[in-house]
Design a protein around this ligand. Structure first.
Ligand code: ATP
Length: 210
């Protein structure tokens, strides 16, 4: 089984990295593919360039077997629609279940994503929930796909929905950018090599970093 973890990674931080590692172990995945978006359809454009975000990811996952950077959204021209990403991953991995991990906040907006129903044609969706905050599956489309047993994901290539409570570190890229802009110390929020890279390249210096 292959895990898919999309994001802007502007910059990557320990919230992303711990989650990727935890789901890899929890679901017994062969690999988790971290997929930086090129032009996120739902949010403002990234502050760092695509190649800088990829370089920071490379530094962050050095020596972590099983975490892989996948640049297909950056290599592809146009909007980073997840349905296109999953379609191309399915071509590359025709025989493997694909697990798309989505935070519960993002999942609650899923019906605004481009061709959102088709996501299930290519992958399972695993919603990462905060303990004690179950996701409300308001749409019947989701309810009929939900499974309560993690093992059912391995028995199908795609099409199921599973909710996984996870303890999230309270770190966001927005907060990290603000720490750099305010010239405060970002230690212990992201890897030292990434901090050094940001400082060398004078990234996230703008006072209004959001
Ligand atoms: P920003 O603050 O710029 O919105 P972010 O820190 O939320 O960025 P993204 O790159 O937008 O990071 O998020 C990519 C993915 O990582 C999303 O699925 C998001 O839910 C997840 N994620 C972000 N922060 C954390 C965290 N602290 N713990 C676990 N998952 C996280």
């Amino acid at each position: 089984m292959i895990g898919i973890f999309g994001g802007t990674f502007d910059p990557v931080h320990y919230g992303h990295l711990r989650s990727a590692l935890e789901v890899k172990e929890l679901f017994g995945l062969d690999e988790v593919r971290l997929i930086p978006s090129s032009q996120p359809p739902h949010r403002s454009q990234p502050h760092a360039t695509a190649s800088m975000r990829v370089q920071m990811l490379n530094m962050a996952i050095a020596n972590q077997p099983g975490l892989v950077i996948d640049t297909r959204e950056i290599d592809r021209a146009g909007a980073s629609y997840m349905v296109l990403t999953l379609e191309s991953l399915r071509q590359d991995f025709p025989d493997q279940p694909l697990l798309l991990f989505i935070g519960s906040d993002a999942f609650n907006q899923l019906t605004s994503w481009h061709q959102w129903q088709r996501l299930f044609d290519f992958a399972h969706i695993v919603v990462l929930t905060r303990p004690g905050f179950p996701v409300l599956l308001l749409d019947e489309f989701f309810a009929v796909r939900q499974v309560g047993d993690r093992d059912e994901l391995a028995q199908n290539l795609s099409g199921k929905l599973y909710c996984q409570p996870i303890t999230q570190l309270d770190i966001s890229a927005t907060a990290v950018r603000k720490i750099f802009a305010d010239h405060h110390n970002p230690a212990f929020l992201l890897p030292d090599a990434v901090i050094a890279y940001i400082n060398q390249n004078k990234l996230y210096q703008a006072q209004i970093a959001h």
